[in-house]
Write a protein of this length. Structure first.
Length: 205
């Protein structure tokens, strides 16, 4: 993080961000690959502005309108790592994420239209675990694996009462789980077909 700070410390100007969030942004900016598994919401690096605003507005700490807009701005800035090809992203999510009406039908239609476009990028792989899969590894816990070229890899787990970082053996265990999740998921092309189908049926404008 120290080495990357001068080149990628854009988040320093957002002084009101919680320290733990600033720490994650630093790790994310230093990573060369992130494998992100989500059971509840679309991974942050794939969220549209409207979807991110709806998520942030519903936070448990009841953020002010100003705080909401700052967080949305930061999330959009973070996504440049993906859109500018600086980061490889493997995003795996439960099908339930695609059905949840976050922000309403219009917001969800836009979100489900944006993901196939992002998936066209060479550095983005998107997979969905279908509901028919039943029980599967880690279905009760979302997590992200950060591959850091200049240091040990890290697992990040976000929680209501605090965030958790793990290294060493836990990284290897989570990597094995991620491989299982990807094996349980549809192929990238099959996942995109599902996303478009749900967009055109569940979330019609």
């Amino acid at each position: 993080m120290a080495r990357e700070g001068k080149a990628r410390g854009w988040w320093a100007k957002f002084s009101d961000l919680p320290q733990v969030y600033r720490q994650y942004i630093g790790l994310e900016s230093a990573a060369e690959e992130i494998q992100d598994f989500q059971t509840i919401v679309v991974p942050g690096l794939l969220q549209t502005e409207a979807y991110a605003r709806a998520i942030t507005s519903s936070g448990a700490r009841k953020p002010t309108p100003e705080a909401v807009e700052q967080n949305v701005t930061v999330r959009m800035e973070r996504q440049k790592l993906v859109t500018e090809g600086k980061l490889r992203l493997v995003a795996v999510m439960d099908e339930a994420v695609l059905h949840r009406q976050i922000g309403g039908p219009e917001v969800m239609h836009e979100q489900l239209s944006a993901m196939p476009e992002l998936a066209k990028l060479r550095n983005v792989t998107l997979q969905v675990i279908p509901l028919k899969e039943g029980a599967y590894a880690s279905m009760l816990s979302s997590f992200a694996l950060l591959n850091l070229p200049a240091g040990p890899n890290v697992v990040y787990i976000e929680g209501l009462t605090g965030d958790l970082y793990a290294e060493g053996d836990e990284v290897q265990r989570c990597l094995a789980v991620m491989n299982e999740l990807r094996a349980s998921a549809l192929s990238p092309s099959g996942s995109l077909e599902m996303i478009k189908h749900i967009r055109d049926t569940d979330h019609q404008q």
